[in-house]
Design a protein around this ligand. Structure first.
Ligand SMILES: NC(=O)c1ccc[n+]([C@@H]2O[C@H](COP(=O)([O-])OP(=O)(O)OC[C@H]3O[C@@H](n4cnc5c(N)ncnc54)[C@H](OP(=O)(O)O)[C@@H]3O)[C@@H](O)[C@H]2O)c1
Length: 190
């Protein structure tokens, strides 16, 4: 009788323990990238979400660079961040669709620890009402632009010998049209 009870217990409990163990080791672990004193490079940082991120990162002690095309909008953003945090961010003007311009911009600043690809345009109608040239622009700026940024930043990140966390966050393709993807990963864990 004792043997039967033991076998029954083993049969019931072992799989449960195994499942709990698997859940513990397999479940994705949230990664926190410390940004204090790190260089955070935010594209589309002259307005909207990018500007809010830049202000927050500066307030948390990061060294921040913002990139966008329009230099006067960049200067306005810089002044508004200074006003609210007392901190000066670096600005660089480039069109993310132009790989050479992106590479030059990336090489003109300190090595990048955290890249946030946030630049974006979106046309606020349903797809069937969008002009083909508008769709192309969204794909060029939001998607190809992000590839250009990652391609320009990755070699510098991969050549770093310190084992501090490095991160790239991608906000791919336009919002409200219903195909958002926001991916962030820590390169030191790849
Ligand atoms: N706001 C929302 O509710 C929402 C929702 C979902 C997703 N999103 C996405 O989140 C991102 C930011 O949205 P947002 O509302 O903050 O946008 P936003 O206020 O319009 O800002 C867009 C930023 O991207 C820059 N930019 C645009 N084209 C560029 C280019 N070719 N090269 C370099 N920079 C460029 C703009 O500056 P310049 O024009 O000077 O270059 C500006 O700094 C976008 O990808 C958007 O699609 C937004």
């Amino acid at each position: 009788m004792a043997d039967i009870n033991l076998s029954f217990l083993t049969l019931c409990i072992l799989p449960i323990l195994l499942l709990l163990f698997l859940k513990l080791i397999i479940r994705p672990h949230p990664v926190t990238i410390p940004i204090k004193s790190r260089h955070v490079f935010i594209t589309g940082g002259s307005s909207g979400i990018g500007l809010a991120l830049a202000r927050q990162a500066a307030a948390e002690g990061a060294r921040v660079t913002i990139l966008a095309r329009n230099p006067s909008k960049l200067e306005e953003a810089k002044a508004s961040i200074r006003l609210s945090t007392g901190i000066d961010v670096t600005t660089v003007s480039a069109d993310v669709c132009d790989f050479d311009a992106v590479k030059t911009a990336v090489e003109s600043v300190d090595p990048i620890d955290v890249l946030v690809c946030n630049q974006g345009v979106f046309v606020a109608y349903e797809l069937e009402k969008q002009e083909i040239k508008e769709v192309r622009e969204m794909i060029d700026v939001n998607l190809v632009g992000s590839f250009n940024l990652v391609k320009a930043v990755l070699p510098g990140m991969k050549s770093r010998s310190d084992r501090k966390p490095l991160s790239i966050a991608l906000y791919v393709v336009s919002g409200r049209a219903g195909y958002d993807v926001f991916v962030s990963f820590d390169l030191t864990r790849l």
